[in-house]
Every structure is written in structure tokens, then in C-alpha cells.
Design a protein. Structure first.
Length: 371
């Protein structure tokens, strides 16, 4: 990722940013039912992930990072070289460009094992970021982020019912973290790693919503309610992940991150609206719209919490965007495509997606906005 001048000493620091491949399933290959998830109680690192899930109900402690690293080591030993998908007809140029920019490699194979692996890797980098440069996130917001990963680890390790929703507002006293020292040299690493954290949560939401829909269609509202609660926990965590991703000064964004979002560093088709997993999540929610409009009474309270969590996630995204580009400016990635400000675009999406999960149809027969 070159800077403007070839002899700029900052170029060397930028090259040092960790861009090891981050392996993710294609969203089309994510499990759609509990049966497709498979035997979640067995397999590599299942006991370690189950223990981590239970521990994270109360928030991370001084042993959390070591537990996460142990799980990553076991999962990597069991599957050291996931098989890349290669040429993919379901991938748009924008999807490919975004994956390339963040060193995301799409892989195929055992879905549960690969989900465990990508989620554990994402959680470990979250812990590493916290332990090296700290964070300015409030304790309650940071707790929601860790709790979301705990809920995913529970799903992927066979824990029957995870009490994540009950634990939303009751974190233990925050463990000591280093002073928040994010500067120019750290910003690009946080930006890259934060997006990977977000993608792991988005894939978890796809699985949760798929399973919720499957259980509703099967006439199992109690199990569907559990998956709806899981999706809500993940949605809350995704909002915190967005804030965590942009948790550094504007000056660091200008010097370190912004140059990677424009040519020649950025791939030509890169756009912030073409995150493949997020696009797919919106399609899943669109398919679920009829079910959202006719949910059993048992799910009413959880449905309201989902709508609140969705709103919170978009507000978090708007806040990050406003911090870096202002409230009246197009994003760097969309400046040559639209005159609409980045914040206005996100507000439009917030309203349309809120209508989507409400189950209501757009007035006037308008089609749902994509992505």
C-alpha cells in the first residue's frame, strides 16, 4: 500500500501492517438449518469454545486471550490449509475488490469447522488489539462485542441455550486494559482487523437468521425465538465492532487509512457498499420479510429488540462515518458514484432496513434497496 512519495518512511510502517489471509466461507455456503450446522458438540476445539462461550457471559478476563489462542491453535492444526474457492461466478467485481483489499480469501470445506476457525481468528485479533493499543469504547459497549462472540462460540460448540440476552447489561468489572494509544502507525491495522471482526459477526447473523426462518417454517417458534435472540445479540455486537474499527483519531485516518481507499492502492472496483457478506445478509432478511410480518406472539418482545439493535448498529456506522468524512461529504469510495453524503446514505439504509425487519412493504411498491 504505497504512500505518495516512495521515500516516505511511513511506507515501511504501512507495509508492516498484518495482512495475513483471513479465511471465510462464501456466504452462499453458510449453513441454512440446524441440521446443516452438524454435530456442534464435537470436533476440533469444541470444548475450548464452549468454555469460552460460558466465560464471556460475564465479560472477558485476564485468561480470555490465552483461551482464544488455544482454540485458534487447535483449529489451525486440524485444518492448516483451507481450500481456496478460486474463480467464483457468484462474486461481483466489487465483492472481489473488497476481499482483496482486506486479504479475505474465500474457502470451501466443512462449514462448521471453517466457521469455528474464522470466528476464533477474528476474536483473537480483537483481544490482541485490546491488549496492545487499548480502546476508548465504553465498558458496556465493549461487553456487547465480547458477548456476541460468546454467543457464536456457544452456537458452534453445542451449548444448548446461551444466556447472552440476559447478560447484555451486566458485565463484570472491566479488566485492566492499556491506555488507549491508537496513533498513525496502528490505525491501518485496527481498520483491517476491525473489518474482519465485523465480517465474522455478519456471517454469524446469516446463520442465525437462516435457522430462525427454518424453525418458523417448521412450526417450532420456541427454537426460532432462540435464533432471533442470537441474531439480536450479534447485531448489537456488530454495532460495537464498527465503533471499534474506527477507534482512532481523524489524523490517523487521513495519514494511514484514507490513502488505501483510493487509487492506486485501492482495487479499481472497491466500494464500501459491496461487502459480500453484508449484501447476502440483506438478501436473507428480504426473504424473511413475510415471516417478520407474521411472527407468533411468543417472538414479539424479541422482534422489538432486534429492531432496536438494528437501529443501534446503523447509528454506530453513521457515527464512525461522520467522524472521518463529516456529515455532508460522500465517502472516499463513493465520491465518483454519487453526490449523496455518506451519512445520508446510511440514514436511508437505516430506514429501509428497519422497514424490512418490521415485515412492512415499502409504500408505492418500491423495491428494497440493495445492498
Amino acid at each position: 500500500m504505497p504512500t505518495d512519495r516512495p521515500d516516505d518512511p511511513r511506507e515501511e510502517e504501512t507495509r508492516m501492517q498484518p495482512l495475513t489471509p483471513f479465511h471465510l466461507l462464501r456466504p452462499q455456503d453458510l449453513p441454512r438449518t440446524v441440521e446443516e450446522l452438524g454435530d456442534t458438540a464435537s470436533g476440533p476445539a469444541a470444548p475450548q469454545l464452549a468454555a469460552l462461550a460460558e466465560a464471556l457471559l460475564d465479560g472477558p478476563d485476564e485468561k480470555t486471550q490465552d483461551r482464544a489462542r488455544e482454540a485458534v491453535v487447535l483449529l489451525d492444526e486440524a485444518l492448516p490449509d483451507p481450500e481456496p474457492v478460486g474463480t467464483d461466478p457468484d462474486e461481483s467485481p466489487g465483492n472481489r475488490a473488497n476481499d482483496e483489499a482486506f486479504a479475505i480469501v474465500r474457502v470451501r470445506g466443512d462449514a462448521l469447522h471453517l466457521l469455528r476457525r474464522s470466528t476464533a481468528h477474528a476474536y483473537l485479533v480483537l483481544c490482541e488489539e485490546e491488549s496492545t493499543t487499548g480502546t476508548s469504547l465504553p465498558a458496556a459497549q465493549l461487553h456487547r462485542l465480547h458477548l456476541a462472540f460468546g454467543a457464536l462460540f456457544a452456537l458452534y460448540s453445542g451449548t444448548p441455550v446461551h444466556r447472552a440476552e440476559a447478560a447484555q447489561g451486566t458485565p463484570r468489572a472491566p479488566r485492566p486494559l492499556p491506555a488507549h494509544t491508537m496513533g498513525e502507525a496502528d490505525a491501518l491495522r485496527r481498520w483491517t482487523r476491525g473489518h474482519r471482526v465485523f465480517m465474522a459477526l455478519v456471517q454469524g447473523m446469516v446463520v442465525a437468521f437462516h435457522c430462525m426462518g427454518d424453525r418458523l417454517r417448521a412450526g417450532d417458534p420456541e427454537r426460532a425465538r432462540q435464533f432471533l435472540a442470537l441474531a439480536t445479540t450479534l447485531m448489537r455486537g456488530s454495532g460495537a465492532a464498527l465503533t471499534f474499527t474506527g477507534d482512532f483519531p481523524y489524523s490517523a485516518y487521513t495519514v494511514r487509512v484514507r490513502p488505501t481507499l483510493i487509487p492506486p492502492s485501492a482495487p479499481p472496483d472497491m466500494t464500501g457498499l459491496r461487502w459480500r457478506d453484508h449484501e447476502y445478509l440483506i438478501r436473507v432478511l428480504s426473504d424473511l420479510r413475510p415471516l417478520f410480518g407474521d411472527l407468533p406472539a411468543l417472538l414479539a418482545a424479541d422482534h422489538r429488540r432486534l429492531a432496536e439493535a438494528l437501529d443501534e448498529a446503523y447509528q454506530a456506522h453513521k457515527s464512525v462515518c461522520s467522524h472521518f468524512v463529516g456529515s455532508d461529504t460522500s465517502s472516499v469510495l463513493m465520491a465518483d458514484r454519487t453526490n449523496e453524503s455518506a451519512v445520508a446514505t446510511l440514514e436511508r439504509f437505516r430506514r429501509s432496513r428497519g422497514q424490512l425487519v418490521s415485515g412492512r412493504r415499502p409504500r408505492g411498491g418500491r423495491r428494497e434497496e440493495q445492498p
